[in-house]
Every structure is written in structure tokens, then in C-alpha cells.
Write a protein that binds this ligand. Structure first.
Ligand code: SF4
Length: 100
């Protein structure tokens, strides 16, 4: 089993309790199902690995191309987080150039 598939097997959303309920991760954002999905993500043991994977997969995609709730975040929330990371990287580059 690869490192990537091992964390996916431990994901809360991959457990039998959610078999047949996986649509809730793609429910309308303001629905009770979406709130439940976020709650499940909040307690997921592999949330950080999930977040790292989804940020790498989605890259600079706009919020409309970020589907469903992943790592407890909506597409809009993941887009905002991406922008925060991007700004932090840019600041780091500026500091590195200034120090050189
Ligand atoms: S954080 Fe949420 S979407 Fe990610 S693996 Fe866990 S339950 Fe699934």
C-alpha cells in the first residue's frame, strides 16, 4: 500500500458508517448534510493529509472548480486558503531576495 492510499483508507469519509452517504460531502453548502460533512471532517484522523492532497490537486483552481467539502473546507474556503499560502510564499521570496 502506498503512503497516499494508506491515509485514504483511514479517512472518516471512507469508513462503512458513511457508505451510501458520501453525497453529503457534495451537498449544498448551507444544508444540514454539508454541516454534518464538515463535522465528520473536523474529527477525521487524516484531515491534514487530506488538506495537503487537495491543495496540491486543485492548485490555483478558482472556487467554482473546487468541488465539495474536503478537509472540512468548502471550495471557497480552500480558494481563500490557497491565496493565503500564495501571499505567504511571495513574502518569503521577497525577504529571501532582500537578504541576498
Ligand atoms: S478530512 Fe474530510 S474529506 Fe478529508 S479524508 Fe477526512 S473525512 Fe474525508
Amino acid at each position: 500500500m502506498s503512503a497516499s492510499s494508506s491515509w485514504r483508507a483511514r479517512a472518516s469519509c471512507a469508513q462503512p458508517a458513511y457508505e451510501g452517504r458520501r453525497d453529503m460531502w457534495f451537498a449544498p453548502i448551507d444544508s444540514p448534510d454539508a454541516a454534518e460533512a464538515k463535522q465528520v471532517c473536523a474529527g477525521c484522523p487524516v484531515r491534514q493529509a487530506c488538506l495537503t492532497a487537495v491543495m496540491a490537486e486543485e492548485g490555483a483552481a478558482n472556487r467554482h472548480d473546487r468541488h465539495g467539502i474536503r478537509a472540512g473546507l468548502t471550495g471557497r474556503e480552500r480558494r481563500r486558503l490557497y491565496e493565503r499560502y500564495r501571499r505567504a510564499d511571495a513574502e518569503q521570496d521577497q525577504h529571501a531576495k532582500a537578504a541576498a
